[in-house]
Design a protein around this ligand. Structure first.
Ligand SMILES: N[C@@H](CCC(=O)N[C@@H](CS)C(=O)NCC(=O)O)C(=O)O
Length: 314
Protein backbone atom coordinates (compact mmCIF):
# COMPACT_ATOMS: atom_id res chain seq x y z
CA UNK A 1 0.00 0.00 0.00
CA UNK A 2 1.34 3.41 -0.86
CA UNK A 3 1.48 6.09 1.89
CA UNK A 4 -0.93 9.07 1.73
CA UNK A 5 1.98 11.33 0.71
CA UNK A 6 2.96 8.81 -1.92
CA UNK A 7 -0.56 8.80 -3.29
CA UNK A 8 -0.62 12.59 -3.38
CA UNK A 9 2.63 12.59 -5.31
CA UNK A 10 1.29 9.93 -7.65
CA UNK A 11 -1.90 11.91 -8.18
CA UNK A 12 0.14 14.93 -9.15
CA UNK A 13 2.21 12.76 -11.41
CA UNK A 14 -0.88 11.47 -13.19
CA UNK A 15 -2.22 14.98 -13.55
CA UNK A 16 1.07 16.13 -15.03
CA UNK A 17 1.02 13.24 -17.42
CA UNK A 18 -2.66 13.62 -18.18
CA UNK A 19 -2.15 13.14 -21.90
CA UNK A 20 -1.62 9.46 -21.18
CA UNK A 21 -4.90 9.00 -19.40
CA UNK A 22 -6.73 11.79 -21.12
CA UNK A 23 -8.29 13.35 -18.08
CA UNK A 24 -8.02 16.86 -19.44
CA UNK A 25 -8.71 19.53 -16.87
CA UNK A 26 -10.85 17.33 -14.71
CA UNK A 27 -10.14 16.43 -11.14
CA UNK A 28 -9.00 12.87 -10.68
CA UNK A 29 -10.91 10.93 -8.11
CA UNK A 30 -8.45 10.00 -5.37
CA UNK A 31 -9.72 6.49 -4.76
CA UNK A 32 -9.27 5.71 -8.42
CA UNK A 33 -5.80 7.20 -8.45
CA UNK A 34 -4.88 4.84 -5.67
CA UNK A 35 -6.35 1.85 -7.50
CA UNK A 36 -4.70 2.74 -10.78
CA UNK A 37 -1.33 3.00 -9.09
CA UNK A 38 -1.64 -0.16 -7.08
CA UNK A 39 -2.49 -1.99 -10.29
CA UNK A 40 0.25 -0.26 -12.24
CA UNK A 41 2.87 -1.04 -9.61
CA UNK A 42 1.86 -4.67 -9.57
CA UNK A 43 2.05 -4.88 -13.34
CA UNK A 44 5.42 -3.23 -13.68
CA UNK A 45 8.00 -2.99 -10.91
CA UNK A 46 9.90 -0.34 -12.89
CA UNK A 47 7.31 2.14 -11.65
CA UNK A 48 8.58 1.69 -8.10
CA UNK A 49 12.03 2.90 -8.93
CA UNK A 50 11.32 5.41 -11.65
CA UNK A 51 7.64 6.23 -11.77
CA UNK A 52 7.92 9.39 -13.81
CA UNK A 53 9.75 7.92 -16.74
CA UNK A 54 7.63 4.80 -16.59
CA UNK A 55 4.43 6.79 -16.88
CA UNK A 56 6.04 8.92 -19.57
CA UNK A 57 6.84 5.78 -21.48
CA UNK A 58 3.14 5.15 -21.61
CA UNK A 59 3.05 2.16 -19.28
CA UNK A 60 -0.24 3.34 -17.88
CA UNK A 61 -1.72 2.53 -21.25
CA UNK A 62 0.10 -0.76 -21.59
CA UNK A 63 -1.60 -2.20 -18.54
CA UNK A 64 -4.88 -1.72 -20.38
CA UNK A 65 -6.21 1.15 -18.38
CA UNK A 66 -9.51 0.96 -20.17
CA UNK A 67 -11.36 3.33 -17.93
CA UNK A 68 -10.67 6.98 -17.53
CA UNK A 69 -12.31 8.41 -14.52
CA UNK A 70 -13.05 12.03 -13.97
CA UNK A 71 -15.00 13.79 -11.32
CA UNK A 72 -16.88 16.42 -13.32
CA UNK A 73 -18.19 16.12 -16.84
CA UNK A 74 -16.67 17.95 -19.73
CA UNK A 75 -18.80 20.83 -20.88
CA UNK A 76 -19.23 19.31 -24.34
CA UNK A 77 -22.89 18.43 -24.77
CA UNK A 78 -23.78 15.45 -26.92
CA UNK A 79 -26.81 15.83 -29.13
CA UNK A 80 -29.98 13.97 -28.18
CA UNK A 81 -30.48 10.30 -28.91
CA UNK A 82 -31.47 9.20 -32.37
CA UNK A 83 -28.59 9.23 -34.76
CA UNK A 84 -26.22 6.32 -35.04
CA UNK A 85 -22.97 6.37 -33.08
CA UNK A 86 -19.82 5.34 -34.85
CA UNK A 87 -18.41 2.17 -33.33
CA UNK A 88 -15.01 3.79 -33.07
CA UNK A 89 -16.31 6.45 -30.68
CA UNK A 90 -15.88 5.74 -27.02
CA UNK A 91 -18.89 4.80 -24.98
CA UNK A 92 -19.14 6.91 -21.85
CA UNK A 93 -21.14 5.93 -18.80
CA UNK A 94 -22.24 8.93 -16.75
CA UNK A 95 -22.54 7.40 -13.33
CA UNK A 96 -24.55 9.11 -10.62
CA UNK A 97 -23.61 8.01 -7.11
CA UNK A 98 -26.16 5.82 -5.28
CA UNK A 99 -28.25 5.21 -8.36
CA UNK A 100 -29.42 2.69 -10.91
CA UNK A 101 -26.43 3.51 -13.08
CA UNK A 102 -24.47 1.14 -10.82
CA UNK A 103 -26.03 -1.80 -12.67
CA UNK A 104 -24.65 -0.50 -15.99
CA UNK A 105 -21.21 0.04 -14.48
CA UNK A 106 -21.31 -3.49 -13.09
CA UNK A 107 -22.35 -5.06 -16.41
CA UNK A 108 -19.65 -3.12 -18.28
CA UNK A 109 -17.09 -4.52 -15.86
CA UNK A 110 -18.46 -8.03 -16.40
CA UNK A 111 -18.19 -7.63 -20.17
CA UNK A 112 -14.65 -6.28 -19.93
CA UNK A 113 -15.18 -4.04 -22.92
CA UNK A 114 -13.63 -0.57 -23.01
CA UNK A 115 -15.62 2.38 -21.74
CA UNK A 116 -15.10 5.74 -20.18
CA UNK A 117 -16.57 6.65 -16.85
CA UNK A 118 -17.59 10.02 -15.50
CA UNK A 119 -18.74 10.24 -11.90
CA UNK A 120 -21.35 12.65 -10.63
CA UNK A 121 -22.39 13.42 -7.10
CA UNK A 122 -25.97 14.14 -6.10
CA UNK A 123 -27.06 17.59 -5.07
CA UNK A 124 -26.35 17.71 -1.33
CA UNK A 125 -29.66 19.38 -0.51
CA UNK A 126 -32.18 17.78 -2.85
CA UNK A 127 -30.30 14.52 -3.48
CA UNK A 128 -31.33 14.88 -7.14
CA UNK A 129 -28.92 14.53 -10.04
CA UNK A 130 -26.95 17.76 -10.63
CA UNK A 131 -28.07 20.09 -13.42
CA UNK A 132 -25.22 19.18 -15.77
CA UNK A 133 -26.34 15.56 -15.48
CA UNK A 134 -29.97 16.45 -16.12
CA UNK A 135 -28.94 18.45 -19.20
CA UNK A 136 -27.15 15.43 -20.55
CA UNK A 137 -29.87 12.84 -20.01
CA UNK A 138 -32.95 12.81 -22.27
CA UNK A 139 -35.09 12.10 -19.19
CA UNK A 140 -32.92 13.91 -16.66
CA UNK A 141 -32.35 10.61 -14.86
CA UNK A 142 -29.53 8.17 -14.18
CA UNK A 143 -28.19 6.17 -15.88
CA UNK A 144 -27.25 7.85 -19.11
CA UNK A 145 -24.61 6.89 -21.64
CA UNK A 146 -23.17 8.89 -24.50
CA UNK A 147 -21.43 7.68 -27.61
CA UNK A 148 -20.75 10.11 -30.40
CA UNK A 149 -24.05 11.79 -31.17
CA UNK A 150 -26.08 9.40 -29.03
CA UNK A 151 -27.25 10.21 -25.50
CA UNK A 152 -29.33 7.33 -24.17
CA UNK A 153 -31.25 7.00 -20.88
CA UNK A 154 -33.18 4.07 -19.26
CA UNK A 155 -31.21 1.24 -17.67
CA UNK A 156 -32.61 -1.57 -19.79
CA UNK A 157 -32.34 0.36 -23.07
CA UNK A 158 -28.72 1.18 -22.23
CA UNK A 159 -27.89 -2.41 -21.35
CA UNK A 160 -29.44 -3.70 -24.58
CA UNK A 161 -27.56 -1.04 -26.55
CA UNK A 162 -24.28 -2.17 -24.99
CA UNK A 163 -25.01 -5.87 -25.53
CA UNK A 164 -25.97 -5.24 -29.17
CA UNK A 165 -22.52 -3.74 -29.67
CA UNK A 166 -20.50 -6.31 -27.72
CA UNK A 167 -19.44 -9.25 -29.87
CA UNK A 168 -19.35 -12.75 -28.41
CA UNK A 169 -20.99 -11.88 -25.13
CA UNK A 170 -23.18 -14.49 -23.44
CA UNK A 171 -25.39 -12.33 -21.26
CA UNK A 172 -28.59 -12.92 -23.30
CA UNK A 173 -29.76 -16.51 -23.81
CA UNK A 174 -30.24 -17.29 -27.51
CA UNK A 175 -33.77 -17.19 -28.95
CA UNK A 176 -33.90 -21.00 -29.12
CA UNK A 177 -32.37 -21.51 -25.67
CA UNK A 178 -34.62 -23.15 -23.04
CA UNK A 179 -33.66 -20.24 -20.76
CA UNK A 180 -34.91 -17.57 -23.13
CA UNK A 181 -38.49 -17.28 -21.77
CA UNK A 182 -37.35 -17.10 -18.17
CA UNK A 183 -34.73 -14.54 -19.11
CA UNK A 184 -37.34 -12.37 -20.87
CA UNK A 185 -39.68 -12.59 -17.91
CA UNK A 186 -37.13 -11.36 -15.37
CA UNK A 187 -35.62 -8.83 -17.76
CA UNK A 188 -39.01 -7.13 -18.00
CA UNK A 189 -40.36 -7.87 -14.51
CA UNK A 190 -37.39 -6.13 -12.87
CA UNK A 191 -38.20 -2.75 -14.39
CA UNK A 192 -41.85 -3.20 -15.33
CA UNK A 193 -43.22 -4.68 -12.10
CA UNK A 194 -40.72 -4.67 -9.27
CA UNK A 195 -39.07 -1.26 -9.58
CA UNK A 196 -42.33 0.77 -9.69
CA UNK A 197 -43.41 -0.87 -6.41
CA UNK A 198 -40.05 -0.14 -4.82
CA UNK A 199 -40.24 3.43 -6.05
CA UNK A 200 -43.69 3.82 -4.48
CA UNK A 201 -42.28 2.61 -1.17
CA UNK A 202 -39.42 5.09 -1.44
CA UNK A 203 -41.71 8.00 -2.27
CA UNK A 204 -44.14 7.24 0.55
CA UNK A 205 -41.32 6.86 3.07
CA UNK A 206 -39.55 10.06 2.05
CA UNK A 207 -42.73 12.12 1.84
CA UNK A 208 -43.82 11.01 5.31
CA UNK A 209 -40.50 12.14 6.70
CA UNK A 210 -40.84 15.56 5.10
CA UNK A 211 -44.40 16.26 6.24
CA UNK A 212 -45.21 18.70 9.04
CA UNK A 213 -45.53 16.61 12.21
CA UNK A 214 -49.28 17.26 12.68
CA UNK A 215 -50.08 15.66 9.29
CA UNK A 216 -47.99 12.54 9.87
CA UNK A 217 -50.56 10.34 11.71
CA UNK A 218 -53.14 10.72 8.90
CA UNK A 219 -50.67 10.18 6.11
CA UNK A 220 -49.19 7.22 7.99
CA UNK A 221 -52.62 5.57 8.02
CA UNK A 222 -53.12 6.25 4.32
CA UNK A 223 -49.68 4.89 3.43
CA UNK A 224 -50.16 1.78 5.58
CA UNK A 225 -53.40 1.09 3.70
CA UNK A 226 -51.73 1.63 0.33
CA UNK A 227 -48.89 -0.70 1.24
CA UNK A 228 -51.17 -3.42 2.63
CA UNK A 229 -53.66 -3.33 -0.21
CA UNK A 230 -51.51 -2.72 -3.22
CA UNK A 231 -47.75 -2.61 -2.81
CA UNK A 232 -46.98 -5.48 -0.42
CA UNK A 233 -49.14 -8.20 -2.04
CA UNK A 234 -47.57 -7.50 -5.43
CA UNK A 235 -44.04 -7.40 -4.08
CA UNK A 236 -44.66 -10.62 -2.19
CA UNK A 237 -45.79 -12.40 -5.36
CA UNK A 238 -42.68 -11.26 -7.21
CA UNK A 239 -40.43 -12.49 -4.42
CA UNK A 240 -42.29 -15.83 -4.13
CA UNK A 241 -41.73 -16.31 -7.87
CA UNK A 242 -38.06 -15.33 -7.47
CA UNK A 243 -37.60 -17.91 -4.70
CA UNK A 244 -39.31 -20.59 -6.80
CA UNK A 245 -37.23 -19.82 -9.90
CA UNK A 246 -33.93 -19.71 -8.00
CA UNK A 247 -34.78 -23.19 -6.68
CA UNK A 248 -34.70 -24.55 -10.24
CA UNK A 249 -31.70 -22.72 -11.71
CA UNK A 250 -28.97 -20.57 -10.14
CA UNK A 251 -29.53 -17.30 -12.05
CA UNK A 252 -32.52 -15.14 -12.88
CA UNK A 253 -31.85 -15.80 -16.55
CA UNK A 254 -31.64 -19.60 -15.98
CA UNK A 255 -28.54 -21.77 -16.04
CA UNK A 256 -26.05 -19.02 -16.80
CA UNK A 257 -25.41 -15.50 -15.54
CA UNK A 258 -27.30 -13.02 -17.72
CA UNK A 259 -28.09 -9.35 -18.18
CA UNK A 260 -31.32 -9.95 -16.23
CA UNK A 261 -29.17 -10.67 -13.17
CA UNK A 262 -27.35 -7.35 -13.52
CA UNK A 263 -30.60 -5.47 -14.06
CA UNK A 264 -32.49 -6.96 -11.12
CA UNK A 265 -29.42 -6.90 -8.84
CA UNK A 266 -30.08 -3.24 -8.11
CA UNK A 267 -33.70 -3.96 -7.08
CA UNK A 268 -32.64 -6.95 -4.96
CA UNK A 269 -29.77 -5.22 -3.19
CA UNK A 270 -31.89 -2.16 -2.45
CA UNK A 271 -34.65 -4.50 -1.22
CA UNK A 272 -32.25 -6.36 1.06
CA UNK A 273 -30.70 -3.16 2.46
CA UNK A 274 -34.15 -1.75 3.20
CA UNK A 275 -35.39 -4.94 4.88
CA UNK A 276 -37.86 -5.88 2.12
CA UNK A 277 -35.87 -9.04 1.36
CA UNK A 278 -34.52 -11.15 4.22
CA UNK A 279 -32.96 -14.53 5.13
CA UNK A 280 -36.13 -15.91 6.73
CA UNK A 281 -38.55 -15.32 3.87
CA UNK A 282 -36.20 -15.12 0.91
CA UNK A 283 -33.17 -17.35 1.54
CA UNK A 284 -32.56 -18.07 -2.15
CA UNK A 285 -32.67 -14.41 -3.09
CA UNK A 286 -30.21 -13.67 -0.29
CA UNK A 287 -27.91 -16.46 -1.44
CA UNK A 288 -28.12 -15.16 -5.03
CA UNK A 289 -27.24 -11.65 -3.80
CA UNK A 290 -24.18 -13.07 -2.02
CA UNK A 291 -23.09 -14.83 -5.24
CA UNK A 292 -23.60 -11.67 -7.28
CA UNK A 293 -21.58 -9.62 -4.81
CA UNK A 294 -18.78 -12.20 -4.99
CA UNK A 295 -18.32 -11.65 -8.75
CA UNK A 296 -15.01 -9.92 -9.59
CA UNK A 297 -17.05 -7.48 -11.70
CA UNK A 298 -18.90 -6.35 -8.57
CA UNK A 299 -15.63 -5.73 -6.76
CA UNK A 300 -14.27 -3.78 -9.74
CA UNK A 301 -17.47 -1.73 -10.14
CA UNK A 302 -17.54 -0.92 -6.42
CA UNK A 303 -13.94 0.23 -6.61
CA UNK A 304 -14.77 2.59 -9.47
CA UNK A 305 -18.00 3.77 -7.85
CA UNK A 306 -16.01 4.62 -4.73
CA UNK A 307 -19.02 4.15 -2.44
CA UNK A 308 -19.58 1.40 0.13
CA UNK A 309 -23.11 0.83 -1.20
CA UNK A 310 -25.14 1.59 -4.32
CA UNK A 311 -28.17 2.32 -2.15
CA UNK A 312 -29.23 5.88 -1.38
CA UNK A 313 -29.96 6.33 2.31
CA UNK A 314 -32.57 8.83 3.41
N1 LIG B 1 -36.43 3.77 -15.25
C1 LIG B 1 -35.29 4.64 -15.15
C2 LIG B 1 -35.26 5.22 -13.77
C3 LIG B 1 -34.21 6.27 -13.60
C4 LIG B 1 -34.19 6.93 -12.23
O1 LIG B 1 -35.23 7.14 -11.61
N2 LIG B 1 -32.98 7.26 -11.76
C5 LIG B 1 -32.79 7.92 -10.50
C6 LIG B 1 -31.62 7.31 -9.77
S1 LIG B 1 -31.90 5.68 -9.21
C7 LIG B 1 -32.42 9.38 -10.71
O2 LIG B 1 -31.99 9.76 -11.78
N3 LIG B 1 -32.51 10.16 -9.64
C8 LIG B 1 -32.01 11.51 -9.61
C9 LIG B 1 -32.96 12.54 -10.12
O3 LIG B 1 -34.11 12.22 -10.46
O4 LIG B 1 -32.57 13.70 -10.15
C10 LIG B 1 -34.02 3.82 -15.46
O5 LIG B 1 -33.95 2.63 -15.17
O6 LIG B 1 -33.09 4.38 -16.03
Amino acid sequence: MASPEGIEAQAKLIKDESRFINCGQSRIFMAEVHTIFERTLKANPLLRTDPLSAVRAGLAQKIQMKTMLVYRPNKRKPRKCGSAARMSEALTLHHLEYSQSFRVLWMLEELGSPYELILYTRDAKTMAAPNDYKDLSPLGTAPVITQGDVALAESSAIMEYILDRTPNQSLRPAIDSPDRTRYLFWWHAAQGSMMPLQLMMTVTTISQKRLPFFMRPFVKLYVAGLEALFIQPRLTRILVKAEADLATAPWFGGQTLSAADFLIAFNMIVGAERGMINETDHPRCMEWIARMRALPSFVAATEKDGRSSMVLSY
